[in-house]
Design a protein around this ligand. Structure first.
Ligand SMILES: [Zn+2]
Length: 258
């Protein structure tokens, strides 16, 4: 269908028993591939920087002052904004002359039609909602799909419900799912788990939860989401991703913002 970014179907890598082994494979893949790897850097909350193999830099949902250290030197070519809330739309923080891709129309009244292609990066904005009634209570929340060098990264911002069927179809294969787990306006642990189970990404990275930096927010921390889940690893603030090195069974990577 039109909003699918690619029809690519890559071979599924063999199951790997433990996270440490997978990370090792990813690292070895980075050395073995002349083309390099995609990097994903986390700053906390819902704010990431994706850098593709060809060097295209995409900043996702830069935050305002919500308690996290404000990175002074994040430069990007593109900035995505899932919705116009101060913890998601601080585009002035990003250096360079980035193109701003906003997921919502002014006033949050509708979804924009973002379909952007640049070198080895494809970006689409897809419908999502802050609540379970199509945004009627808490508004719309665009879901950005960033395909960088073949790695499909879905940013769920702080959606409050399972993405609508049309969005699930458009997402197709998700390699890396950035999923809110802290409740509040976003998915709580139980609903986040359902979204992970439905999309079955290679990697799920919890976002938008309480940390030492945001202790005063009403969000829950990450522990209820992690409870009882297999294959959890702590991976620091930057990870390197390569399509061929991704795990076959969903792993949860807990990123550090420092
Ligand atoms: Zn938020």
């Amino acid at each position: 269908m039109e909003i699918r970014l690619t029809a690519r179907s890559a071979a599924v890598p063999r199951a790997l028993a433990v996270l440490a082994l997978t990370l090792l494979v990813v690292a070895q893949g980075a050395q073995a591939t002349a083309g390099g790897t995609v990097t994903l850097q986390y700053f906390g909350h819902a704010f990431f920087l994706v850098t593709s193999v060809e060097g295209v830099r995409v900043a996702l949902d830069p935050f305002g002052d919500i308690g996290y250290p404000m990175p002074a030197e994040v430069e990007a070519d593109l900035v995505t904004v899932s919705h116009e809330a101060y913890d998601h739309n601080n585009v002035a923080l990003i250096k360079g002359t980035p193109e701003i891709l906003r997921g919502l129309e002014p006033g949050g009244r509708g979804f924009t039609r973002v379909r952007h292609a640049e070198k080895d990066v494809r970006i689409a904005a897809l419908p999502g909602y802050h609540d379970k009634v199509q945004g009627k209570e808490r508004g719309l929340n665009a879901i950005f799909l960033v395909e960088a060098s073949g790695v499909r990264i879905a940013h769920l911002s702080d959606i409050g419900d399972m993405p609508p069927e049309e969005t699930l179809q458009a997402l197709g294969r998700v390699d890396v799912l950035l999923v809110p787990v802290g409740g509040g306006h976003g998915l709580d642990a139980a609903d986040a788990s359902k979204v992970v189970e439905r999309l079955k990404p290679a990697v799920a990275i919890p976002i938008h939860y309480k940390t030492a930096a945001t202790a005063r927010t009403g969000l829950a921390d990450e522990r209820p989401f992690l409870e009882g889940k297999p294959r959890i690893g702590r991976v620091g603030s930057t990870v390197r991703l390569e399509r061929a090195g991704l795990p076959a069974k969903t792993e949860i990577w807990l990123m550090d913002y420092r």
